[in-house]
Design a protein around this ligand. Structure first.
Ligand SMILES: Cc1cc2nc3c(=O)[nH]c(=O)nc-3n(C[C@H](O)[C@H](O)[C@H](O)COP(=O)(O)OP(=O)(O)OC[C@H]3O[C@@H](n4cnc5c(N)ncnc54)[C@H](O)[C@@H]3O)c2cc1C
Length: 549
């Protein structure tokens, strides 16, 4: 029961760590994942996520937020992936990196070594872009990145309308310039979801030095003094402990990594003491929570090619199932949000501040509220929100869901950015390309048909907005007292413990977060290896930087 590295959480980050660290046959690695193997058909059909996202199930923790003052006291929804692949097993598969300035801002704010030039090699290392290798894209990496196999005609209309609204066409949002409108690339392979578990874990499962335990819920990090020495977990109703010879690596995601740290005694001392938890290190764990708040304009459209509920829709779905089974093509390969745009909502801005996701169906309440008929929708979210929230403990038991307070709209600028994003969507819908499908007529919008003035838009946002699933920042990386981990991702004030997942992002990146998390884990694997191996044997950027010229 002793391993060199114990990784807690087999999500996007944990799968990368398990695969990379076990490349060395001398090193024994254990991966503990609370959920299951996630190897069912719905984990492979790209549209299967629509089933998983709606409620608590084997693949989804389905957390809730605390009542959000900025949203009129509403309780938000927080789906989070459970099982191997984590959130990459239920996400919308969009491949993005954010903007280069995001990473340069991290570095300037104390995350030394995480500027754009430092992280780009790890994006490239992770990637197998089917468009081929270039200065901007990698080839031969585990994470397959593809163009949609069967793009929907309405995604093309959205792109046309975006261009009519004055946006430049952009065929690749992951390169130098993010601004514009175009198709998203997706983490799929041959028409199937390419979760991080499929990408990184499946090819290496047979390694004798890698032990993967599913249904293994970690309840506490074990310490001897200030040194992490193992992980306690529950499996099949039995409490077990694994000991770590080198390090414990926490990859339970931005909501559960801080929770595990806190129940183990690492967090804000007064709140831990209030719950009777002995303090191992007094750190700002759980603070700095950031998320993308999203407002969706849904429009009814009398076109049964769009996703929807109707007899013809059901018939088309049946045919699509057959097509996917035969060819791995058709609408079941859709990631729903097929096209998008990155927009500067004020002329004086130097880079886009709002992201749009165009979806080939109506999406209400995270797909939990259905509407008869067919339609389309467009999400808009401010990419670099100023609002900050926190994750804290409901109890000292890791099995109780954490209290999640994203602090949505606690910064008033975010609401104003959202108003501009809302108007941008309407401006695009009003273009000639959409004229046959409603155009400037908002009367077919769900909920918003009477919304006109800025005040009405503000009220609509407070009444309807919710997450677009990118919580980060709760174990902030940095070099000062605001940070939980240092730029090597080591938890400050203790030994042999790192956090490697979305929690460490000092600030939310300008876009979807899966590829950035994979990048973080790729770089972390090099940092971990360089800490335990003589530098001369290493071949990584991280090490080259630490070797004096
Ligand atoms: C519905 C949805 C749609 C999204 N769409 C996109 C998208 O299209 N593109 C994109 O780039 N990003 C998207 N994201 C975000 C992206 O998938 C996540 O940011 C990323 O997967 C987070 O990786 P992580 O490793 O930090 O956490 P996760 O991948 O969530 O992994 C955490 C893992 O830890 C496990 N765990 C938690 N607690 C314990 C414990 N106590 N013991 C053992 N195991 C534990 C969990 O079960 C989980 O498997 C989406 C997310 C969601 C939820």
């Amino acid at each position: 029961m002793e391993f060199d590295y114990i990784i807690v959480g087999g999500g996007s980050a944990g799968c990368v760590l398990a695969a990379r660290l076990s490349e060395d046959p001398q090193v024994r690695v254990a991966l503990l994942e609370a959920g299951g193997p996630n190897d069912g058909i719905l984990n492979r059909v790209p549209t299967g996520a629509a089933v998983h996202i709606v409620n608590r199930n084997a693949c989804n923790w389905a957390f809730s937020t605390t009542p959000q003052i900025g949203l009129g006291g509403r309780i938000g929804y927080q789906p989070r992936g459970r099982g191997l692949g984590g959130s990459s097993a239920i996400n919308a598969m969009i491949y993005l990196r954010g903007q280069r300035e995001d990473y340069d801002d991290w570095a300037a704010d104390g995350a030394t070594g995480w500027g754009w030039k430092d992280v780009l090699p790890y994006f490239l290392k992770a990637e197998n872009n089917e468009r081929g290798v270039s200065g901007w894209h990698g080839s031969g990496g585990p994470l397959n990145v593809a163009d949609l196999r069967s793009p929907h005609p309405f995604a093309a209309l959205f792109i046309e309308a975006g261009m009519q609204a004055g946006l430049p066409r952009n065929d690749d949002f992951a390169v130098e310039t993010q601004e514009g409108v175009g198709y998203y690339q997706v983490t799929q392979k041959n028409g199937e979801r390419w979760s991080v578990a499929r990408a990184y874990l499946d090819p290496v499962r047979a390694r004798p030095n890698l032990r993967i335990e599913t249904a293994a819920f970690a309840t506490r990090i074990a310490f001897e003094g200030a040194r992490a020495v193992g992980v306690e977990f529950v499996q099949d109703g039995t409490r077990r402990t694994l000991r770590a010879r080198r390090e414990v690596l926490l990859s339970a995601g931005a909501l559960q990594s801080p929770q595990l740290l806190m129940v183990s005694g690492i967090g804000p001392a007064p709140s831990l003491q209030g719950l009777g938890i002995p303090v191992v290190a007094d750190l700002p764990v759980g603070l700095n929570l950031q998320d993308h708040l999203d407002i969706i304009i849904n429009r009814r459209v009398d076109n049964t090619d769009l996703l929807g509920i109707s007899p013809i829709g059901a018939y088309k779905l049946m045919r699509a199932i057959g097509q996917w089974r035969r060819e791995r093509r058709g609408v079941l390969t859709s990631n729903f949000a097929e096209a998008g745009a990155f927009v500067r909502t004020l002329p004086e801005l130097t880079r886009p501040d709002v992201q749009l996701h165009f979806v080939i169906g109506m999406v209400d309440n995270h797909n939990r509220t259905f509407h008869w008929g067919h339609g389309m929708s467009c999400h808009s979210c401010p990419m670099r929100p100023r609002s900050r929230g926190m994750v804290h403990l409901a109890s000292s038991d890791a099995r109780d869901a954490p209290l999640i307070d994203p602090g949505f709209l606690s910064a008033s600028e975010d609401l104003e950015t959202m108003v501009r994003g809302f108007k941008t969507v309407r401006r695009i819908f009003a273009q000639p390309a959409f004229a046959p499908f409603g155009g400037a007529d908002a009367s077919r919008e769900l909920y918003f048909s009477d919304v006109r003035s800025d005040d009405e838009i503000r009220a609509a946002i407070r009444a309807r907005a919710d997450t677009i699933y990118h919580p980060v920042g709760t174990c902030r990386m940095g070099s000062d007292a605001r940070s939980v981990v240092d730029p090597q991702l080591r938890v400050r004030g203790v030994e042999r413990l790192r956090v490697v997942d979305a929690s460490v992002m000092p600030r939310l990146v300008s876009g979807n977060t899966n590829a950035p998390v994979v990048m973080i884990a790729e770089k972390a694997a090099d940092l971990i290896r360089s800490a335990s191996t003589p530098a001369i044997l290493q071949d990584s950027n991280a090490v080259r930087e630490t070797v004096p010229a």
